[in-house]
Write a protein that binds this ligand. Sequence first.
Ligand code: NAP
Ligand code: GLV
Length: 309
Amino acid sequence: MKAVLYTPSPETLDRWVDRMRGLLPDWQFDAWDDADLEAVEYAIVWKPRTGDLAKLPRLKAIVSLGAGIDHVLADSELPTHIPIIRTVGQDLTQIMREYVLLHVLRHHRNRPAQVANEHVKGWDAVLAPPAYRRKVGVMGLGNLGAAAAETLASIGFQTSGWARSQKQIEGVTCYAGPDQFDTFLEGTEILVNLLPLTPETTGILNEDHFAKLPKGACLINCARGGHMDEDHLLAALDSGQIAQATLDVFQVEPLPQDHPFWTHPDVTVTTHIASRIDADTGSRIIAANLQEFEETGTVDDIADGARGY
Ligand code: NAP
Ligand code: GLV
């Protein structure tokens, strides 16, 4: 079988090609620029250029180098009949659980205030209630959101979650659909976003929804930059409606050097690493999916292109 790779950065390309060749020695893996495009059957991609996937006449499946498929659907010339396989797995879910737990705890215990205190050698007592008096809400209860919510509930947070369809997750109060969104927001002091980016969710982190949160709420966006209106967040931070934010994803990545988030005292910036796929972990998941797809014509993690995730 012939597959082509199209990775986020040229620096990682060789490593990915190496790993895939090592795992599936009977297959042929090439970088886009070296591939015979007429013969390619599988395209393993992150942010493909518009029209590139349409140049592959024998394409059987597109593999997203990540859980999200928005970067594939953004291609206006995408051959939409070709299945898109998401790359998800236990290791990536675990890494996201850790990211969410770390930053929820930072906001819960007001670690930014403690750090500010340290900088002036202050001895202020920055106190926090126990987790069971803190209300945390997770937007998106799929693979990652459900795992994050379970983790938060397991250490005692009052945890709620919101998805399109009704869920049952132990210890988590679940809300569903647009009708229950306001109730979910009104009961959330630390909001975690793990939605996919679709036409319905684009811009969902905006001033109207920030206004529904209790004053002084904190926000963690580890899904996509397109979910959030960045100016609305800056205004909400200025007014105190949002007290602090941790942002892993941005409208423009890398975050431009002159962006106000870099220096904002109440914003923590991370560099789209909440659960970034790496060649070692990702190649194992992708190799298993490619083999299964080749044998059976399907895998569990096929996205629904029409739904957008
Ligand atoms: P997933 O399994 O597809 O789950 C998506 C969840 O969002 C589902 O619970 C779905 O509801 C819900 N949802 C979708 N549209 C909705 C809407 N309009 N209203 C309410 N809920 C809606 O996705 P996942 O694997 O958990 O990944 C989520 C996202 O995380 C990815 O799409 C990606 O953007 C982001 N991500 C970021 C990183 C990072 O490093 N920062 C890493 C991995 C993923 P139903 O269950 O009812 O369908
Ligand atoms: C990363 O952002 C992913 O979608 O896996």
